[in-house]
Design a protein around this ligand. Structure first.
Ligand code: ARG
Ligand code: ASP
Length: 724
């Protein structure tokens, strides 16, 4: 029986190694090309990443540091998600021109809308610089000294390595400090809004459908990159011209079928695939449940108000979505880690690791790693918990406290940097917080505060509670603060910040709200953060050694580095999945499903009447398939936050979809990727084209694209994207 279980676990570990992974594009040739071809890929690794010729990577810029986008026309048109362009779409919206509700389309280039602070970054080349970065590090003894030396090396290399004036050298660490890569990049600063569907399409299903399959969201928006006359990056100017890309993605009209090869190319943000079991256990049992409970309460309060009051709904829509997104993710992640037995599987793998260490005669170097992890995770537990409570309650979910915390930092600036810095920052805050207060409702926040401060007082580690929170009466404290603090509105805040430095500091320290924040933050800064940082530095060093050991002792298996916001390739197939007994999900959804979910007037599931008309007349043009309109599909590509907006590419290098989410049962993939149930969710590119063409009538944009039929043409023209 035991033997069978181990066999089964080994099998799981094996299949896991075969699929999943976020790979470095410049290393595909040796690492992945063979497997990719066996899965159906018809390109070579060089078609994906090449330094001397244009390749797919030249069409995949990082979108404002957090999402991914892809170039789809010779005139610099780029595609990303609706939720990635959301704040730009929102910032151009007003009551008269509500682009969030109605959508926005530029029918001429002159109508495209510039965006302050929006950039896209291309990768020119990637190079291994590990030796240079680690130069002179081995001889140092303390971890802090090592880190300092590494930082110095990185800074001097970034400055000295060759680049053009409009380019940048960025060095990033891989495998927790075991490898360093240089990215030569170009960042474009004039990026204009071109098109967005109404939220009822781009955000269809909203929070209810978020992280869930079957999905029916047309989560896309369009932008255009502008460059100077030399095709180089430049700040916004009306004289700038559309950027001519080194490569743009042709778009396939042939659609997808189950088992088709897919490749997702983008900038995954952060994963933790190599955590020891003890760390996962802590996430599952302690950290996630606490964060979920906090957000649960905050969201319930906000939802209650939003449903009753339209003005509050608008004020809190974006904040609510931001809080709900990871709240829901953590719930799914926790369930998934439990259901997939991630902890038990890791424990087995750790036993096998320990055996390997012994066999290799490396006990001195690696023999204590796992027990050291146990020790350090036990030690960090209360600090990690206190840190989460502080961040979630003070910095994130209670708005009054989060403003109070900004003021606390202001006082710190006075203490550490002096009066001039203080005054500069104070003035910035006084003007900057104007925007914040427009979307602030003191009654909503008061109710959130009462809920969350009660949790803080009763559930966060007692030893770090400030005096005023022990045995606190949450109701009384709430009244005391929200009736008396000046932080409840903008005029109060400005009043607090008026006068000379002495007066301002005195006023702040007299304010009930500020007093509480200061107590909480002082406790946190003095008793939690330093110790947390100290233990965490040890854990980071252990993790680096653990990673080194795994690379060394598993020479035959391919190991991918955790996501770190750098460009990666993940690949797999279009595939359904069976997450539980008698439940089988097929991999493609259709417009029929939108109509099945349709709830007239509902803020999540309303459908624009024009879309209903198109559905009724089946007016799908070349984008439909056998009389039906495909909307989304799923695949076995290993993605994470940051992959939103990533192109889904077919076997021959054509665009077939746009990544935007993952399925509920597989949200634990950042920690434990299980190929049987982890799926990424993509919008079918034909749905995007259908909305642009038939719904919005944006023929001007359709005419820029290169639409192809790769499945119908038998011969693949190898030279297709080898432009000189
Ligand atoms: N869950 C996806 C991601 O992590 C989509 C989020 C945007 N959609 C939403 N309904 N909030 O970003
Ligand atoms: N929705 C995520 C993003 O915005 C993607 C994911 O987490 O799967 O990047």
């Amino acid at each position: 029986m035991k033997f069978l279980r181990v066999l089964l676990l080994l099998f799981v570990v094996q299949t896991q190694a075969q699929q999943g992974g976020m790979w470095i594009p410049s290393l595909l040739e040796g690492m992945n090309e063979k497997e990719m071809k066996s899965l159906g890929m018809k390109m070579s690794a060089k078609d994906i990443y090449d330094v001397n010729h244009s390749s797919l990577k030249d069409a995949v810029p990082h979108f404002n540091g957090g999402c991914t986008s892809e170039v789809i026309s010779p005139k610099g048109l780029i595609l990303t998600n609706h939720h990635c362009g959301f704040s730009q779409i929102q910032s151009h919206s007003s009551v008269e021109n509500d682009y969030l509700t109605n959508g926005f389309w530029a029918y001429k280039m002159e109508e495209e809308l510039p965006n302050e602070n929006l950039v896209v970054t291309f990768i020119v080349k990637i190079e291994d610089v590990t030796t240079q970065v680690l130069n002179g590090v081995a001889s140092l003894t303390s971890e802090a000294e090592k880190q300092k030396k590494i930082q110095e090396n990185i800074t001097s290399l970034s400055n000295s390595l060759p680049k053009e004036s409009w380019q940048e050298n960025k060095i990033r660490t891989f495998f927790e400090g075991n490898q360093y890569m240089l990215f030569l990049t170009e960042t474009f600063k004039d990026v204009r809004l071109v098109g967005a569907p109404p939220s009822a399409i781009g955000k269809f299903g909203s929070d209810t459908d978020n992280w869930v399959w079957p999905r029916h969201t047309g989560d896309f928006s369009l932008f255009r990159i502008y460059a100077d006359k030399n095709n180089h990056p430049a700040a916004y100017s009306k004289d700038n011209v559309p950027y001519t890309p080194k490569h743009f993605l042709p778009i396939s009209l042939d659609g997808v079928a189950e088992d088709d090869f897919t490749l997702v190319f983008g900038y995954p943000g952060k994963t933790n695939e190599y955590l020891p079991a003890v760390a996962i256990e802590q996430i599952v049992k302690e950290l996630n449940p606490a964060k979920i409970e906090i957000r649960d309460r905050a969201l319930k309060v906000a939802d209650g108000f939003m449903r009753k009051d339209n003005a509050i709904k608008i004020q809190y829509a974006s904040k609510y979505a931001g809080i709900a997104n990871y709240w829901k993710k953590w719930i799914g992640e926790t369930q998934g880690l439990k259901k997939s037995n991630a902890v038990a599987i890791k424990r087995e793998a750790e036993k096998a690791f320990q055996q390997k260490v012994i066999k290799a005669g490396k006990q001195a170097e690696y023999g204590n790693l796992l027990s050291d992890f146990e020790k350090n995770y036990a030690e960090i537990a209360p600090y990690a918990s206190a840190r989460d409570y502080f961040m979630e309650v003070v910095q994130k979910n209670t708005e009054l406290l989060s403003v109070g915390f900004k003021l606390y930092q202001l006082e710190q600036v006075y203490n550490t940097k002096g009066e001039q810095s203080f005054t500069d920052r104070k003035n910035n805050l006084a003007t900057g917080l104007d925007e914040f207060y427009k979307d602030f409702n003191a009654t909503v926040d008061r109710n959130v505060f009462e809920q969350l401060i009660e949790l803080y007082a009763t559930k966060s580690p007692k030893q770090f509670l400030p005096a005023s929170l022990s045995n606190v009466n949450a109701k009384k404290l709430t009244a005391d603060i929200y009736d008396k603090s000046k932080l409840v509105n903008y005029s109060g805040l400005k009043e607090l910040l008026t006068g000379d430095t002495k007066t301002v500091l005195a006023n702040l320290n007299n304010d009930k709200g500020y007093q509480l924040v200061k107590e909480l933050a002082d406790k946190y800064n003095k008793e939690v953060a330093p110790k947390y940082d100290e233990i965490n530095l040890r854990i980071t060093a252990l993790q680096r050694t653990y990673m080194k050991a795994q690379l060394e002792l598993n020479k035959d298996s391919r190991i991918f580095p955790d996501a770190n916001s750098t460009l990666r390739v993940t690949y797999g197939k279009v595939k359904g999945y069976a997450p539980k007994d008698a439940t089988l999900y097929t991999p493609v959804t259709y417009l029929d499903g939108v109509m099945e979910k349709y709830i007239p007037g509902d803020y999540e599931f309303d459908v624009p009447s024009k879309l209903i008309d198109l559905y009724n007349t089946k007016d799908y043009g070349p984008y439909g398939e056998n009389g039906k309109m495909p909307v989304c599909f799923i695949g076995t590509n290993h993605t994470t936050g940051g992959n939103s907006g990533s192109p889904a590419i077919d076997a021959k290098g054509n665009l077939i979809g746009l990544n935007f989410d993952r399925v509920w049962e597989g949200t634990m993939s950042d920690i434990y990727y299980d190929p049987s149930i982890c799926r990424n969710v993509m919008v079918d590119i034909r749905y995007v084209l259908f909305i642009m063409d038939k719904y919005a009538g944006a023929k001007n944009l359709i005419n820029e694209l290169k639409l192809v039929h790769p499945k119908k043409s038998k011969t693949l023209k190898k030279k297709r994207f080898r432009k000189k």
